[in-house]
Design a protein around this ligand. Structure first.
Ligand SMILES: NC(=O)c1ccc[n+]([C@@H]2O[C@H](COP(=O)([O-])OP(=O)(O)OC[C@H]3O[C@@H](n4cnc5c(N)ncnc54)[C@H](OP(=O)(O)O)[C@@H]3O)[C@@H](O)[C@H]2O)c1
Length: 335
């Protein structure tokens, strides 16, 4: 068994990681930690009572080194990189769910803050499984993609060679409230979001530079990405609609089917997708349609799973020489 740990286990993505790791056939969950520790896992997450019982530690680099071969960092950005440095130097494999290792230095520093671990940033592999499988098999550091970039990129990347680079891409995204993490804010307050829907950070959200950068890296094409996220009154799920301008005549569904024919967790649908069909799973459902030279791509994921924790487990599988799909959830919460 490979000993693994979760730091930041009290959060939403931390809980999702625990649920997968306690049933994983090759990983042993051997260490869970929060800032202060000194509690039990089932006390932090009462839904785990009589399912699993573990002591929660106060997070420390030495604690991880002692108990883990691989660790998941389910931490806020900035906190993650200060933690990861010492672990990587000690030869521990790290899967980081935050933004800290996702971007090129310039992109990161203009969207977030000064980078504190430039040395390891260069070694990080972007954890978008379908595009970086081989690289993930040979790295000690995987950077979990943002949830919106995951849904957006999986939908639009197959079409980039056929799109007019001079026309902007418009990305209209909707997310359930768990995408914001467990900390309460005015925006995520029940009274604000219940029976409501609204855009936030239109055209300025930090996931726009991530989408732009990865399109550039994967296809060497520079698109102006207009990204507008919305909050919806749902707990989990993300629906992304992308609009682009085609420069040649294609059959969108044929392009998708051919592109993802070897990828078991991408499902190509023959009608617009929905979030409930992917909730609780690692699947990304995608649909596309054209009207003349107008292209519409629709993709849906569970933000906490494919957008964060199950994608992180898939990265860890590859980093440990396992099949990508081991231990990943496939049964939706439907109905
Ligand atoms: N939510 C999503 O859909 C989603 C999707 C993709 C990526 N992500 C990224 O994944 C990361 C975690 O997100 P989340 O939604 O799980 O956030 P969250 O619910 O706010 O949980 C983050 C956890 O980190 C812990 N923490 C903070 N500082 C710490 C420290 N110094 N040492 C140990 N633990 C510390 C906090 O627990 P204590 O205060 O109890 O220590 C908190 O429970 C974030 O970087 C987020 O951007 C989230």
């Amino acid at each position: 068994m490979i000993n693994v740990g979760v730091v930041g286990v009290s959060g939403y993505t931390g809980l999702e990681l625990v649920k997968m790791l306690i049933e994983h056939p090759y990983f042993k969950l051997n260490y869970v930690a929060t800032t202060s520790g000194d509690t039990k896992l089932e006390k932090l997450h009462p839904s785990l009572q009589d399912v699993v019982s573990m002591d929660v530690q106060g997070a420390s680099v030495d604690g991880v080194k002692e108990h883990c071969d691989l660790v998941f960092l389910a931490l806020p950005h900035k906190t993650s990189m200060s933690f990861a440095k010492g672990l990587l130097d000690a030869g521990i494999k790290v899967v980081d769910l935050s933004a800290d290792y996702r971007l090129e230095l310039d992109t990161y520093e203009s969207a977030y803050c000064e980078h504190e671990d430039k040395e390891h940033l260069n070694q990080a592999v972007y954890g978008l499984i379908e595009y970086y499988k081989d690289e993930l098999k040979n790295t000690n550091l995987a950077a979990g993609p943002g949830c919106y970039p995951t849904a957006t990129l999986l939908g639009i990347l197959p079409f980039i060679p056929y799109l007019d680079e001079n026309a902007p891409l418009f990305v209209d995204a909707k997310s359930g409230v768990s995408g914001a993490g467990k900390k309460l804010s005015e925006t995520t307050h029940f009274v604000t979001i219940n029976d409501n829907i609204f855009a936030y950070n239109p055209l300025k959200h930090r996931h726009a530079p991530e989408i732009r950068e990865k399109i550039q890296k994967i296809h060497n094409k520079s698109f102006n990405v207009n990204f507008v996220p919305h909050l919806i009154p749902a707990t989990r799920g993300e629906l992304v609609s992308v609009y682009g301008v085609l420069k040649e005549d294609i059959e969108p569904l044929e392009i998708l089917k051919e592109h993802y024919k070897n990828d078991p967790f991408i499902r190509i649908k023959d009608k617009p997708v929905d979030v409930k069909s992917v909730a609780g799973t690692h699947f990304c459902d995608i649909y596309a349609q054209k009207n003349g030279n107008g292209l519409f791509v629709s993709s849906a994921i569970d933000n906490l799973l494919r957008g964060a924790s199950s994608q992180a487990v898939a990265c860890a599988n590859l980093m440990c020489g396992l099949d990508e799909s081991v231990g990943l959830p496939t049964i939706t919460y439907m109905p």
